[in-house]
Design a protein around this ligand. Sequence first.
Ligand code: AMP
Ligand code: ZN
Length: 469
Amino acid sequence: MILYNTLGNKKMEFIPHTEGKVNMYTCGPTVYHYAHIGNLRTYIMEDVLEKYLRYIGYDVKRVMNITDVGHLSSDADTGEDKMLAGAKREHKSVLEIADFYTKAFFNDCKKLNIKTPDVVEPATHCIPEFIKMIEVLLDKGYAYSSGGNVYFDTSKLDEYYVFGNQTQDDLAVGVRDDVDEDENKRNKTDFVLWFTKSKFDDQELKWESPWGYGYPGWHIECSAISIKHTGEYLDIHCGGVDNAFPHHTNEIAQSEAYIGHKWCPYWFHVTHLLDARGKMSKSKGDFLTVSLLEEKGYNPLVYRMFCLQSHYKKPLTFSYENLDNVTKAYNKLVKKVASLKADGEPNLSDAQPLLDKFKNNMDNDLNTSLGITCLYDVLKAKISDATKLYIIEKFDTVLGLDLINAAKQLNEKPKTEIDTAKIEELIAKRTEARAHKDWATADAIRDELTAMNIIIKDTPNGISWSVKE
Ligand code: AMP
Ligand code: ZN
């Protein structure tokens, strides 16, 4: 499989460290608020990657952290802890907030058909692992204490900016949110491994450590949790593109300094979901969530299909108009699948060229939009329905659109009887009301018909009606 690798900034063949096995790590959510649909774009595309790696035969172990401590309002380790800010906002404890939003996150994932990773580890469960790693970094001379905190010394590295091509905008991420530079740092790019002092409001959650009562920095979480569960060789690390710098850059610095050799050769970054104002972000307040889409009547899997129709490296702009179009496409797809008859055994040699085409597309840097086009190819192909259903079920283990199930439900839905006589009687009454200029009655009858799923049209030959799809 070919994947775009941020480490090297080009497409490369994906070859894991141990044949047939993939260790995969995903930066999990910071659980101080609901995930917005931008965060979920990243998790959807990572889910497709994981499922595709399994589809082509890899034994995948996927690990995700839950950031419930240490992620400050600026990724450059200054500002208030996001969890503390969330707790204050809702007048609850940090642990209550973490528990509530972790559950909400996995609830959203379930609705979007995102598989729960094999290991999910909250940062607060791994304090001894963080302390051990920091002790080793201090022993090896990669870290120093200053002003009560422990910092990673980036000047000790041969190369710090491993992703190479950061634009000024990317670099600005590290110092955004108008917070002052930390004067305890020896170098501008140094970052905190352990805090005991912050000029911002103090942490609610703190632990004893060799350097005093305090809490871990955000970056150490992912290095330590990954190494705890996948050892010294990680195959692929995922996240949204904003994580590349400084978070992933710092993860690489401290992991490689700790283990003493290269750590993870493939970095998979998903480009942001945008809205009319730019990047969707939790700090903007009025962001879109899965629940909000549901309240507006959208099926969460339509949002998944919306994401899959675009390449993960391309910026994707959200609009309701686009989502409406995808809703139509999704419903049509389900209807077509529902019309297939499971008659007999699939013909595997008929299936092979279609399976090959899907694999070629997905092997080419996870081209999910062409992967979806393959679904339409299957529906159009001159092969038996049983073969079509066999292929669609296979593709859907990767695409996760729940097509077979949705089609089954559609077929089981009792067809509502259409009461033609009643409809025609109402239309006649409406025509009469209109003739008497009784617009209120005419409108009320139209509403009644709409509620019955009947659409009426005024045509030159009188009124015509149809049942809404
Ligand atoms: P957070 O909960 O803020 O730690 O972010 C969770 C994940 O969502 C990270 O991998 C981020 O890089 C990613 N992310 C944040 N904003 C967006 C966005 N607008 N579009 C896509 N991914 C995003
Ligand atoms: Zn991370």
